[in-house]
Design a binder for this molecule. Structure first.
Ligand code: GLV
Ligand code: MN
Ligand code: MN
Length: 415
């Protein structure tokens, strides 16, 4: 069969997605497969089995990233790499992340059964803890691999129960022996659902983002004074939850105040002692600020800190701030992005040049090698929810685009 006539097997891709969706499947049709839990291990074991079935050379690095390598004709050349993540949000969907791994697996199965030889090696990857939901921050393992984050720092990150990320990696048997350190990559592609509404609105099947917004994460801790709610007069209270409430609205107002072009969100909050008849004395909440303009996001943070300081003082609730994580906006390799658009059109799929508001491991990969992404539509623009949905036809279309992008890059012999 001629190279350009190769197509993935959509039914097989669907079957793999459905098998994976059962690991951590929720009654409402979503997935809960938090990083480094037993369910994550089960998902990883399944991936390793599938990788071995098509004779990939499987290695696991010190952050638990799983690589499956298919040899090239000239095996000394830098490989083409593609993949995503198998972990999920607490009430996540069946496509976020895993589509990028199983889409690439389907590409490799297609190459395998057609005995296609490529000039360069081709590597599939499952990045550990992309979501940053159980252990902050997100994209941590690709961040360590790219040299942007420190391995020991990543190991020491703890979850809500105080468990260390490094210990949990070892517990599930995925603290590998290979150093978590970048090696040369010729091109990195990440296939993913869009997680927003733009493709659907534009009536397009494939998206090629020009890059990813910056992601800035902060943690704010407030101290109040606990007391019995009945006898304590309203005047003179130090209610940490009320202070947090004012601050949360300040976060929500930030994009408009700063002139748009950014989003700002509080998604997580802990309140202590969390009893209806005690004035709250300890609150922790998170702040997530994203923009294409890194400076704007930083100025927004300066502005927010001032607002929060005023609120904390006004309510007599001392505040502690942690600047947890920042990753700059990430403009992708223009040649690869153009390639995604051209191959989508050549396959007969209408395509959109867009931007990614969601964070992806592609953001860190873009710091070490030419990178691009392939998006397919999310029904209703919904993601990080159990009703997250993408049609099987779109899943297949995106995998076909990935197949031809990977083939094109894997046959380039010059650096
Ligand atoms: C990753 O899922 C993010 O966009 O937060
Ligand atoms: Mn994802
Ligand atoms: Mn996600």
């Amino acid at each position: 069969m001629k190279r350009e006539e190769l197509r993935v097997n959509g039914a097989r891709l669907r079957e793999s997605l459905e098998t994976m969706a059962k690991i951590g499947g929720t009654p409402a049709g979503g997935v809960q497969r938090l990083a480094l839990t037993d369910l994550d291990k089960q998902g990883r074991d399944q991936l390793v089995q599938w990788f071995k079935e098509i004779e990939l050379d499987v290695t696991i690095d010190a952050m638990g990233n799983i690589f499956g390598r298919r040899a090239g004709k000239n095996d000394a050349l830098a490989p083409v790499m593609s993949g995503s993540h198998a972990d999920s949000q607490p009430k996540g969907g069946r496509f976020d992340g895993i589509l990028g791994i199983l889409g690439m697996l389907e590409v490799l199965r297609t190459l395998h059964e057609n005995n296609v030889e490529t000039e360069r090696p081709v590597v599939i990857v499952d990045w550990t803890n992309e979501e940053g939901s159980r252990f902050a921050p997100a994209m941590v393992a690709s961040g360590v691999w790219a040299g942007a984050l420190d391995l020991q720092w990543a190991y020491d990150r703890t979850d809500g129960a105080g468990k260390r990320q490094g210990d949990e990696l070892a517990r599930i048997g995925y603290k590998g022996s290979v150093p978590c350190k970048a090696t040369p990559v010729h091109a990195y592609y990440e296939y993913h659902i869009e997680q927003g509404p733009l493709l659907e609105r534009a009536g397009k099947r494939i998206g090629a983002p020009k890059g990813i917004l910056c992601l800035h994460w902060y943690d704010i801790y407030l101290e109040g004074e606990a007391n019995q709610v009945g006898p304590t007069p309203m005047a003179g209270r130090h209610d940490a939850l009320c202070a947090a409430a004012e601050m949360i609205l300040a976060v929500n107002d930030l994009p408009e105040k700063m002139g748009g072009n950014m989003v700002a969100t509080v998604g997580e909050i802990q309140n202590e002692p969390n009893s209806r008849n005690i004035i709250p004395d300890k609150v922790h909440f998170t702040v997530d600020i994203r923009s294409w303009d890194d400076d704007l996001a930083l100025r927004a943070w300066e502005d927010l800190q001032q607002s929060c300081q005023g609120i904390a003082e006004g309510r007599g609730c001392p505040m502690r701030i942690e600047e947890t994580w920042r990753v700059n906006h990430s403009p992708f390799d223009e040649r690869l992005v153009r390639g995604v658009l051209e191959r989508a059109e050549a396959l007969g799929y209408p395509a959109l040049h867009t931007v990614s508001g969601a964070g992806h491991d592609a953001s860190y990969m873009n710091q070490v090698c030419p990178t691009a992404m392939i998006f397919v539509p999310s029904k209703g623009g919904r993601s990080h929810v159990e009703v997250e949905e993408t049609t099987w036809e779109d899943c297949e279309a995106g995998a076909n685009v990935l197949l031809h992008c990977v083939l094109a890059s894997a046959d380039e012999v010059e650096a």
